[in-house]
Structures are given as C-alpha cells and as structure tokens.
Design a protein around this ligand. Structure first.
Ligand code: SF4
Length: 281
C-alpha cells in the first residue's frame, strides 16, 4: 500500500491496469472467455489507484449501491473475504456483474478520476476478481434467523435470483420456479460462453443454494399457473421475474419489420415435442 507520512496516497496518476486477454490467434480457434481477469498483483495495483473518496461518485452510478470504496480498500489491505462480504451486502452476483454490467456507463463512468483526465478505476474487474475468489475465501453471507414465511420466485434470471438471494438473507424460505431445465435465464441462454461462462452462472446459483434457496426446474409452463403453484405449495407471497420473452431485433432495411417479429410468439423450450428442445447445460 503506498503510504506517505503514514497516510495512504493513491497512485491515481498511474495508467489503469489492463485486462488480461487470450491472444487473438488462440481465441480465434475456440469459444473460451476472451478476458481472463486480474491476477492478485493486478488487483492490488489497480486498487492502489483508488482515491477512497469521501463522497464516492462511483457508488451513485451503481444501480444497487455497492460500497465500492470499502471493497477496494479491503482489496488493498488484502482482506479478500471482507471485500467479497461488502459486495454481497448489496449484490449476490459479483462474478456475473463484474463481467457483464456496463460499468463504463455506471460506476466507472461516474468515477472521479474521469474528471481529472485519468483512467477510471477498473471497478468491474475488481468486483469480478473478488467474485471469482468465492470458493477460495468461502464468504457465505450471514442470514437472519428463519421467519417461517414461504416465498415463490417465478423465473431464475438475474432479477429472480437477485430477489431470491435478498429474501433468503432476510430469513424467508424461498423456492425459485423455473420453466427451463437450467437456472440463470438470460445469463445462461442469452450471453455467449466467451463473455459469461455457464460455470460462473452455476456457481452463483450454487451460492444461493448454500443460503437455503430451493430451485425447481421444468416447473412453470406457459401460461404461468400462478394460483396453482401458490396453492400447491402453501406459499404466502409470489415474485414474478420471468423477463421479456420476445426478442428485440435490430432495425435494418433488409430485415422484416421489427413490429411483426415482436408480435410472433416465441416458443417455449419444451415445444413442440415436449422433448426439451434445449440441451441440459
Ligand atoms: S469515485 Fe473512483 S476514485 Fe473515488 S472511491 Fe470511487 S472508484 Fe475510487
């Protein structure tokens, strides 16, 4: 840690630590992730650039309000379990958000270093670095005592699993009902492997299972039989997070009009053969 007269002094004039990438000639021949993340040395060097602002603009840019200066400080102090716990107070999906959030428009876009002509802190890479340490540091969030109330979450996409994690931490007995054969929704079926590996999504879901969240796959068919699910399981509350099924399409003169495409019904994966059109991942 850079100390001057016993006080922390940021190396904010240093350039941002670049992401490690697989060489083009290697990645041209596979679908593996392109960005391999930060090493511990990279993370410490990048964390040393943070000014630890008293009024952190980065937090204002974060949709879930993660305490960014605190987790960066904890990285600097090599308290990785503490840093992960800080993120998980606001966000149960650090490995996912560190990879796919548009940080350039959110936390990093608001970082004060942009105003001084320096590179913003690589907050996404640091969040991902901590998220990927989940297994080695073993930071399972603390949950409140069980309150005996059951909640159903319909859909295991980002909103569903984020909601399930928040409720589990508050002591609710949460069951997630998913129409597909695998959890993750758009994280699994919509983002390619080189951008967000399926193993990462699975690990985040396994983290929720460690909190006591139950997952039922192939459980909800179209139309969602909400009342039936509630009655069958004696559930008191119901959260609907099934996302937006029809795809958004690019406008292009040689494409069909988007309005016509959007009107088309997108088939459920179990149709038309009841034979599970999508492979188990
Ligand atoms: S605004 Fe930038 S420099 Fe300030 S605390 Fe946030 S990440 Fe660090």
């Amino acid at each position: 840690m850079p100390l001057v007269n016993g006080k922390y002094r940021a190396n904010n004039k240093d350039p941002r630590v670049p992401a490690n990438e697989v060489p083009a000639e290697v990645r041209a021949k596979n679908f593996e992730p392109v960005d391999t993340g930060y090493t511990t040395e990279d993370a410490l060097e990048e964390a040393n650039r943070c000014l630890d602002c008293k009024k952190p603009m980065c937090v204002k840019g974060c949709p879930v309000g993660i305490d960014i200066p605190t987790f960066i400080r904890q990285i600097r102090e090599e308290d990785f379990a503490g840093g992960l716990a800080t993120i998980r107070e606001s966000n149960m999906l650090p490995s996912v958000c560190g990879r796919v959030c548009p940080q350039e428009n959110q936390c990093e876009g608001n970082c004060i270093l942009n105003r001084t002509g320096n590179d913003p802190i690589a907050i996404g890479q640091l969040e991902r670095f901590l998220g990927d340490m989940t297994e080695s540091v073993g930071a399972t969030p603390v949950c409140k005592p069980a309150n005996g109330k059951k909640v159903a979450v319909v859909g295991s996409g980002p909103s569903g699993i984020a909601c399930a994690g928040a409720l589990a931490r508050e002591g609710f007995d949460v069951t997630v009902y998913e129409a597909f054969q695998t959890g993750g929704g758009v994280l699994t079926y919509g983002i390619p492997e080189f951008r967000l590996p399926k193993a990462i999504v699975k690990r985040e879901i396994d983290g929720l299972k460690d909190l006591g969240v139950k997952f039922e796959y192939d459980a909800v068919g179209p139309p969602l039989r909400r009342r039936r699910v509630l009655q069958r399981h004696g559930l008191r509350r119901h959260v609907h997070g099934c996302g937006r099924r029809p795809a958004q399409v690019l406008e292009h003169p040689r494409r069909e009009p988007s309005r016509r495409l959007l009107r088309q019904r997108v088939p459920h994966p179990r149709e038309p053969h009841e034979g599970h059109g999508l492979p188990r991942l």
